[in-house]
Design a protein around this ligand. Structure first.
Ligand SMILES: Cc1cc2nc3c(=O)[nH]c(=O)nc-3n(C[C@H](O)[C@H](O)[C@H](O)COP(=O)(O)OP(=O)(O)OC[C@H]3O[C@@H](n4cnc5c(N)ncnc54)[C@H](O)[C@@H]3O)c2cc1C
Length: 552
């Protein structure tokens, strides 16, 4: 009890760190009503990330890798909400409400921070817009649907260059998650393509980019080389010492200037601190909260941190704990014991854990593993991988479902059903490298573009002025309006003459505004007339508009 009321233990994050803390606390406080446990998480389920790559191929069902938190922690108050701020001085956190309900303002006596890390794409141009992250269930589902979508398009595409781009798949990051993702993607694309009449398997290209000289640097060299050889044999092109610099709609941009034409770029690097964690006034090391040997944050009594967001040293080796689920789970159990020991004025225990081993699946009945110093590869490692992770998957019902999925997967063909659940965004940012085609004459008018940076040239075709010099547009200018306002195909080709950033407004959103706001239609009709006028008149109009300010 604290001040005559129950002691409040608040856990932030329902991943391996947060959820296993709640589970351990429930067990330790079973007959103790002096404390209450609350957990705040964006989702109401735990994602079993080691099995996430198998969602890509559909070898396990979408919902089978996740377990409802309420079932695992029936005595914890769950807030399925997004945390907006953490105030360590006032000992309160705030989480946004939804459906018009009020936000949660929660106080605590003990706080466990287990918010993990995030995939950061902001540092490289075009990644936010075009690269697909691979961290949670939504990412895996989006990637699977995207792959089926490009296969559908490739099957009916006549232009060989466009088809090649559609059938090229690039994964950046040669660590565990990148390798497991590329292995599943490769298996799925090659097996799935057999269900399409016009896709030639020889046109499929799967590329793994890795910044170092050998993939899976966490593993002994022999196992990493085995993984590399096996993936190459299965058709994965491994590009070592190669860094991703950015992305455009149709290419992965590599450092050194090379472009790989692709419509599918997956990035498993880089990870960055959760913004909530980065904003905390605690001591940080590489974006992680520095905790003491008891996993407590020394500057703030009653505050603890575990998992990927904590910088904890292993008590035996003195080395920082790597960001893995096995460490997060062990830390969670120890932090729960230490919180209970603090409540009962008992001595706390230091955290020490030596990883039992490392395993990575290579898809299609192969894996690599190092367990208790024993190195295994191939089928035996794969069998071990499946057995161990099946045992670790929380919930008996999930275990049964996954085991059934695996058994069926041995005999059934890959499922190529595409679930289209996402709404296309009405407005988005796009980035183009110099010389890229933004749209071609004859294309359907699907987006209106506003240049925010760089220069775009518009080359007129049929219906436009033959032989007219290209129009050049810079920041603040708009293009692509004709096809949307007149509901016709593009009559010009737009190409970036420099590196270009634009805001793209979707056809439906644009036409909704146009239909309901007549002055805007007038403005665009005027712009179209000015642009289609002969060069001399256009010059006068442009000079006039410059005098009176740009009418656009
Ligand atoms: C594809 C993939 C495969 C992996 N495979 C393995 C493996 O085989 N073995 C292994 O040991 N490790 C593996 N890992 C690493 C492992 O998953 C992580 O180390 C582990 O999940 C860390 O646990 P955590 O609780 O610290 O963070 P997380 O599991 O990331 O949990 C953080 C939680 O905080 C929530 N959260 C974040 N911000 C907010 C907010 N603002 N409001 C509310 N909630 C929020 C998130 O929704 C999430 O539920 C893998 C990771 C990935 C991505």
């Amino acid at each position: 009890m604290t001040g005559g009321r129950r002691t409040r233990i608040l856990i932030l994050g329902g991943g391996f760190g947060g959820l296993y803390t709640a589970m351990a606390l429930e067990r330790l406080l079973k007959r103790d009503s002096s404390a209450e446990i609350a957990l705040v998480n964006k989702e109401n389920y735990l994602v079993f990330q080691p099995m996430l790559p198998e969602i890509i191929s559909g070898s396990i069902g979408i919902l089978d890798t996740i377990t409802p938190i309420r079932r695992l922690c029936p005595n914890t108050n769950l807030y399925t909400r997004t945390i907006e701020s953490i105030d360590l001085k006032r000992r309160r956190i705030r989480a946004a409400g939804s459906f018009g309900s009020q936000q949660s303002d929660l106080g605590y006596d003990h706080l466990v921070i287990a918010l993990g890390n995030v995939t950061s794409m902001a540092s490289q141009p075009g990644l936010c817009e075009y690269a697909l992250p691979f961290k949670n269930l939504g990412d895996a589902l989006t990637l699977r649907n995207h792959i089926i979508h490009v296969l559908e398009e490739a099957d009916i595409e006549r232009d060989a260059d466009v088809r090649r781009t559609l059938l090229t798949f690039v994964v950046a990051g040669g660590g565990f998650s990148g390798v497991e993702a590329v292995a599943e993607l490769n298996d799925f694309v090659r097996a799935g393509a057999t269900g399409f009449r016009n896709i030639n398997p020889a046109e499929i290209r799967v590329v793994l980019l890795h910044a170092g000289p050998l993939i899976l640097p966490e593993l002994p060299e022999g196992l990493a080389r085995f993984a590399q050889r096996l993936l190459a044999k299965r058709g994965v092109e491994i590009r070592l010492d190669t860094r991703l610099r950015g992305a455009t709609a149709g290419a992965a941009l590599l450092e050194g200037g090379e472009h790989i034409g692709t419509r599918t770029l997956v990035t498993t690097v880089p990870s960055a601190p959760n913004p909530l964690v980065a904003a905390l006034p605690c001591r940080m090391e590489r974006g992680r909260i520095v905790v003491d040997e008891y996993l407590a944050v020394p500057e703030y009594p009653g505050v603890w941190a575990v998992g990927d967001c904590a910088w904890a040293l292993d008590g035996t080796s003195g080395q920082p704990c790597p960001p893995t689920a096995q460490h997060a789970v062990r830390q969670a159990r120890r932090v729960a014991e230490n919180i209970v020991a603090t409540l009962r004025n008992q001595p706390r225990r230091a955290f020490a854990f030596q990883a039992l081993g490392k395993m990575g699946s290579l898809g299609h009945h192969a894996a690599v593993a190092e367990i208790f110093g024993l190195k295994l590869s191939g089928f035996l490692a794969w069998w071990l991988w499946r057995t161990i992770y099946l045992m670790k998957l929380p919930g008996l019902d999930r275990k049964i479902r996954v085991a059934t999925d695996w058994a069926l997967d041995l005999i059934l063909p890959p499922d190529i059903v595409q679930l289209r659940t996402e709404k296309s965004p009405g407005i988005r940012r796009e980035h183009f490298e110099p010389g890229e085609i933004i749209f071609r004459a004859g294309d359907r008018g699907d987006w209106l573009y506003i240049v925010t940076d760089g220069e775009v040239e518009l080359v007129q075709h049929e219906g436009g002025e033959a032989g007219a010099p290209p129009a050049r547009l810079g920041p603040g200018q708009v293009f692509g309006e004709l096809a949307l306002v007149r509901d016709q195909a593009r009559v010009a080709t737009a190409r970036s003459s420099t590196s270009v950033d634009v805001i793209a407004v979707g056809r439906e959103s644009f036409q909704t505004v146009l239909a309901n706001f007549p002055p805007l239609r007038g403005l665009f009709e005027e712009l179209i007339m000015m642009r289609s006028a002969p060069a001399g008149e256009r010059l006068i109009a442009s000079a006039e508009s410059n005098r009176g300010g740009d009418p656009r």
